[in-house]
Design a protein around this ligand. Structure first.
Ligand code: FES
Length: 170
């Protein structure tokens, strides 16, 4: 049995604003920085629901509740690590940064909307979940194959020079 991973959804505030530290940790030689929102995830045991709606992926409902979650930095990656017609998975969050066409950078939650597994690979075909082979579109995260019926949760991806900063949408 595959355990559902804690996710960025688990770290989202419920209702009123909840302060989240902006400390960050350099990973893999500094090419990827992941925000301390991870620390909020660390307390969640695998299998702990934590309020995540694995059936829907929960785009919107938690992040927009109270409007407090927008702008929190989840990760910073190098644009050079995000291939055109492909993407980069930041498994520590988890999230995925894609570049469906050159210069068009997108970001999505890496939590599959089928049953909550972490997506594991990206190709020109899309973002793949290894658990039951759902495939999600690089451009909008919509399901294009497999059992998932809801899109990956959209995040904000802001490009500045060679740096892509991913934040909660909203
Ligand atoms: S959990 Fe991703 S396809 Fe089933």
């Amino acid at each position: 049995m595959i355990e559902r991973l804690p996710s960025i959804h688990d770290a989202l505030p419920r209702g009123a604003a909840r302060p989240v530290s902006r400390r960050s940790v350099a990973i893999a030689g500094g090419s990827v920085a992941v925000a301390s929102v991870l620390a909020a995830c660390a307390g969640n045991a695998p299998g702990d629901d934590g309020g995540v709606d694995a059936a829907t992926g929960g785009p919107g409902e938690d992040a927009t509740a109270g409007g407090a979650a927008g702008g929190e930095v989840l990760a910073t990656v190098s644009l050079a690590e995000v291939p055109v017609r492909g993407g980069l998975i930041v498994s520590e969050v988890p999230l995925v940064v894609t570049q469906p066409t050159e210069g068009d950078v997108r970001a999505f939650s890496g939590v599959c909307t089928h049953q909550g597994c972490a997506v594991a690979s990206v190709s020109s075909r899309g973002v793949m979940c290894p658990c039951h082979s759902s495939l999600f579109d690089l451009a909008d995260g919509s399901p294009i194959g497999g059992p998932a019926t809801e899109p990956l949760r959209a995040l904000s991806a802001d490009v500045s020079g060679d740096s892509v900063t991913v934040t909660l949408a909203g």
